[in-house]
Structures are given as structure tokens and as C-alpha cells.
Design a protein around this ligand. Sequence first.
Ligand code: GRG
Length: 294
Amino acid sequence: MSKLSTNELIEQINTLLNERIEDSSLNTNLEESMRYSLNAGGKRIRPLLVLLTLNVLNEDYNKGIQTALALEMIHTYSLVHDDLPAMDNDDYRRGKLTNHKVYGEWKAILAGDALLTKAFEVVANDKLLKPDVKVKVISRLAHASGHLGMVGGQTLDMESEEDSSVDLTTLEQIHRAKTGALLQFAILSAADIAEVSDSISTALEKFSDNLGLMFQIKDDLLDIYGDEQKLGKKVGSDLENNKSTYVSLLGKDGAEEKLEWHRNAAIEALNSLKTHYDITPLLDIVELFYNRDH
Ligand code: GRG
């Protein structure tokens, strides 16, 4: 498979995301609010992961485009709702005012709801996926974003707030569900689309589980030791909110060691695929997650 240019893929994702949110004859500015958060400068890690994984699996990446768009819509809705006063109550995200600060609370709730439902419409209307594969992807997406996945993780996180007795097992449970489920979906939906064997799928499951935890450990480290300018938000919010994090439970060195451990486990899972595929782009993602500064 030819090497894909990440910048070109991001451009394609950005254009298509805007096209999918068509203007409505209802003349509300709900679409403006949906587009505001979709265009607010996300790194597009999840859609990129779908497309790069497909390419690694020697499958046409175009088959994953609608799935990738849907995933970014769900990720965006989760951030819009996470920022609301009832949850994190944040005024800024990615250096820009949060959705409810610009459009008001009820509209931010509805923009999030509309992004979530749109995501399923986008995959359902995908013309490149075979019906059985499409149903598998839709089911996986619903599972990863719902009460057994992201929403469940967010609930456990909210319930554990201000609870300084949260242990590492609970913390991992929160993050596997809240952050990991969507990252894992990115990789396993590509496995569904490429129709890989069970053994390949198991290796990808192990890889994505470790990648998801790496992402969160890095997030916890950046929340204390990151650069506000690069992050586009205040650092220290976890400390301020008395939240249990990898750093609060393990200290800086312990969190860094844990990050390293999951990096090695992710690489080991990928190495088991080496005889079948050129895994280099996924190894690059591991390094990106390990070294990211925003
Ligand atoms: C409200 C149902 C509901 C869920 C919210 C994921 C989540 C669940 C909230 C986000 C809280 C948070 C900051 C988690 C840390 C990891 C994370 C998901 C960071 C944001 O993802 P990035 O860095 O975001 O990929 P960008 O801005 O690049 O899109």
C-alpha cells in the first residue's frame, strides 16, 4: 500500500466533516454551533487512526472515511457535553471559547445530541461498506460510545470526582471506558472493514488497549507538566478539582514508568503483526502518543 500523507488526510476529513453538516430549512443556528466545535482545532487523531490502520491492513482507506467522520462527530459531541457547567464547567477548549460559552447551554446540549445522532446516519448511509460489515461497525460504535463505553466511563468519572480514595484499578476502568473505548473503536472498526482474521483482531485489540491507556496517562502528565500555550487550556485543573489521576496515584516518575510500560506492550502487540503487514505507521502513532505535547 502506498504511504498516506497525514496532512492530506486531515484536509480531507475537515472538508467532509463540514459537508456532512448540511444547512437546515429550519433556519436555526444549530448547524453553526455543530460546525463551531467540529472546526475548533481538534487533532483528528481518531479518524486518522481509522484510515492509517486500514492502510496498514492493505485495505482501501476510502472504505473507512464515513466511519472516521462519524467517530470524530461522537468525539466532538462528548467534548461539548463534557465542557458544560453540569460536568467540567470549562470556558476554553483548544484555546477557543467552549460551545456553551458561545451559543448558550441548551444549544450546546442540542448541538452535541445532533452530532451524536448524525454520526449513526453517516455510517448507515455509507455506500462502500457491505451490509454485514456496516451493521458490525454501527454496533461497535454504539457499544463504544454508550453506557458500556464512553458514557459509562464518564459516569464513573463523575461519580469518582472529589473521591481521593479512587485506586489504580478503578482509574484504569474509568479510562478504558471514557477515553480508550473510542480510540479502540478507531482501530477495531478498521479491522472489521478489512475483515481480518480473529488472531489479527486480537493483536489489534491488545495494541489499541495499550494505546488508549498511553493517551490518558500522557493527558494526566500534560495536565500538570504541560505548556498552557501548546495545550490551549489551563494546566492544573485535575489538581484544582482534586481528581485522582495517574500522577496523583503514582507520582510523576511512576506515571512516566506506566506510560513506558504501555508503550512497550503496544509495540509488542504490533510486532506480532510484522510478518503480515508493514506496521511502521502504527509504530509512528505509538511514538506520537508517547511524545505529544498537546
Ligand atoms: C460527555 C458523554 C460524555 C463523555 C465525555 C472523553 C470525554 C468523555 C471527555 C473528555 C475529557 C478529557 C479531557 C479526557 C482526556 C482525554 C481526551 C479524550 C482528550 C481529548 O482528546 P483529544 O486530545 O482532543 O484527541 P482534540 O481536541 O485533539 O480533538
